[in-house]
Design a protein around this ligand. Structure first.
Ligand SMILES: [Zn+2]
Length: 213
């Protein structure tokens, strides 16, 4: 077995601690749901089944959060028609189209704050910066959605670095069963997820398995 195979085997068999929403303090927690919009979970150039499969487990967690009064912050891609991001990815989630809307199953539960985003990094949105300033009591962030290696990774790395810079001890929790990425030959989701989990762990995020109550 070579070095890479050994690393993969070790990471693949890693058990993440189980967690339920009972284990956290609702008054100081928020649930962040990223990019569960139609353009990734239902239709369009960047649709993938893996993302559609996240709808139900995320719906369960959102229901649990709502019942406990945990605020839910939703982010969704909403690009301008000629976004420079379309030089990297095919056109997707143009603002005010069906693709940029929260999937109906999650819309039904609703978010407390909805933040349209113009890049892969939700952290950069001014509306989120304002929300952070106004909600200093929040010390636990549970992050769910897609894609593990793009929007989830960038948000988690930015958030953890931001708190470190400000000397704030906050928990950033990523349930491995509430995030995923697309899959094809050059981008096998199993390997991409493993490496993304590793990078987030290295940045101080807690990786867990979210169980329903
Ligand atoms: Zn995008």
């Amino acid at each position: 077995m070579n070095k890479i195979e050994k690393w993969v085997e070790k990471r693949e068999t890693k058990q993440y601690p189980a967690m339920t929403l009972q284990d956290i303090e609702p008054a100081t927690t928020s649930l962040i749901v990223i990019d569960m919009v139609n353009g990734f979970a239902k239709q369009g150039a960047l649709y993938h089944q893996n993302i559609e499969n996240l709808i139900e487990p995320i719906r369960q967690s959102m229901k649990g959060a709502k019942a406990k009064g945990i605020p839910i912050i939703g982010f969704g891609d909403a690009h301008e028609k000629n976004s420079v991001e379309f030089h990297i990815f095919p056109e997707h989630c143009v603002e005010k189209t069906e693709e940029s809307a929260f999937v109906p199953e999650l819309q039904e539960i609703g978010t407390d704050v909805w933040i349209p985003k113009k890049s892969t990094n939700s952290f950069l949105e001014e509306q989120f910066q304002e929300w952070l300033k106004e909600n200093k009591q929040i010390d636990t962030f549970i992050v769910a959605g897609d894609c593990t290696d793009i929007c989830i990774l960038q948000f988690v790395l930015s958030l953890t670095a931001f708190f470190t810079k400000n000397g704030q001890e906050k928990r950033v929790i990523v349930p491995v069963n509430l995030v995923d990425t697309f899959s094809h030959n050059d981008h096998p989701s199993e390997a991409v997820n493993l490496f993304s989990f590793y990078l987030m762990e290295q940045a101080g995020a807690e990786l867990v398995e979210m169980k329903n109550i």
